[in-house]
Design a protein around this ligand. Structure first.
Ligand SMILES: Cc1cc2nc3c(=O)[nH]c(=O)nc-3n(C[C@H](O)[C@H](O)[C@H](O)COP(=O)(O)OP(=O)(O)OC[C@H]3O[C@@H](n4cnc5c(N)ncnc54)[C@H](O)[C@@H]3O)c2cc1C
Ligand code: FES
Length: 301
């Protein structure tokens, strides 16, 4: 059982203190941190995230959102905690990367809606950069090799195949790709510098895959779940829309509170009548149907 964070460093009354169990580098500038936190791990479903900060410290003041990469168990079947994978970007991730096992973090979650792609034979996970963190558990769940969340009514349809398409700048940026392979996913890589996999973007990779197996990328057989930098997700959304393939994207909008209070996280989302309005990605996202997003709202005023 974790203790609540009561030192006033978190905006959420539901925040809790979780200890780092393990912390290691897994790729260039990228770390995997394991947190003991059964409460959050028991509820987290694929695509959800947590807000994290260094417990009891006010630099940086605001927590940062990180996707729940996977849960882990110790002895019993109940999850004992969860793993996060992050790339060092700025103040928080730089500070976190220096913290050893035993350090306490303040966390709240799981937050957000999670993925819900339609039940299809072939689920295609498309990641750019660090976007794979939102996707591993979805692939494992759809293949039936793991189960997440403790809501009995939760439906987790199975896919016959899960492909994982991952694009990055260079080979050194890929870490823990074996997690996808060992779960039974078919991994395909692309790098901008050609150091491994296909040389090009993840959209080039999608073009290569559909050319080699068009039957597996039909609207009736395939759906896409995507996470990565926004321009990459916009390109994947356009690619899917052109082919009529269902696509969900998980936005990595900067967030301050994670619980709907501050409105720093808004994205422009289309309504059924064609008009659009801003929605908070921490509450109504971070996962949206790609077709509902207005990527450049200033052009649509
Ligand atoms: C739902 C969700 C899940 C996420 N999951 C992960 C994850 O699993 N692993 C991971 O490494 N990151 C993830 N992120 C992104 C992560 O929260 C940010 O990169 C965070 O700002 C890093 O904190 P920092 O203090 O190190 O960098 P900051 O000081 O906050 O930022 C450093 C620089 O990066 C820019 N920046 C920050 N966030 C973003 C962004 N989202 N898009 C574009 N530029 C940005 C800033 O403007 C600044 O220039 C996620 C974001 C969201 C919303
Ligand atoms: S992060 Fe505060 S409202 Fe979404």
């Amino acid at each position: 059982m974790n203790t609540p964070c009561e030192d006033g460093c978190c905006p959420s009354p539901a925040s809790t203190v979780a200890e780092i169990r393990d912390h290691r580098q897994v790729a260039e500038g990228t770390f995997r941190v394991r947190l003991a936190c059964p409460e959050i791990a028991a509820h987290a479903v694929p695509g959800q995230f947590v807000m994290v900060k260094l417990h009891g410290r006010d630099d940086p003041l605001l927590a940062r959102p990180l996707a729940v990469y996977d849960t882990f168990s110790e002895g019993s079947h109940d999850p004992a905690g969860f793993d996060l994978i992050y790339t060092v970007h700025g103040r928080f991730t730089r500070a976190l990367s220096r913290e050893p096992a035993g350090t306490q973090l303040a966390v709240w979650g799981p937050l957000g809606n999670g993925f819900s792609p339609p039940p299809v034979e072939h689920l295609v996970l498309v990641a750019g950069g660090i976007g794979q963190t939102a996707l591993l558990s979805l692939g494992k769940e759809r293949l039936g090799v793991a189960r997440y969340g403790n809501a009995p009514e939760r439906k987790a349809p199975r896919a016959r195949r899960v492909s994982f398409l991952w694009g990055a700048r260079t080979a050194a940026a890929f870490g823990e790709a074996a997690d996808f392979d060992s779960a039974g996913m078919e991994t395909h890589l692309a790098t901008i510098d050609g150091s491994t996999g296909l040389q090009g973007t993840v959209v080039d990779l999608l073009n290569a895959r559909i050319a080699s197996e068009p039957e597996s990328y039909r609207p009736e057989t395939a759906a896409i779940a995507c996470c990565g930098p926004e321009p990459m997700m916009e390109a994947v959304a356009a690619w899917s829309e052109q082919r009529g393939i269902a696509c969900q994207v998980s936005l990595e909008t900067p967030m301050a509170c994670g619980i709907g209070i501050c409105f720093t996280c808004v994205a422009a989302v289309r309504d059924a009548d064609g008009s659009w309005d801003y929605r908070r990605t921490c509450i109504e996202g971070p996962v949206f149907d790609a077709a509902s997003l207005v990527w450049h709202p200033a052009d649509h005023r």
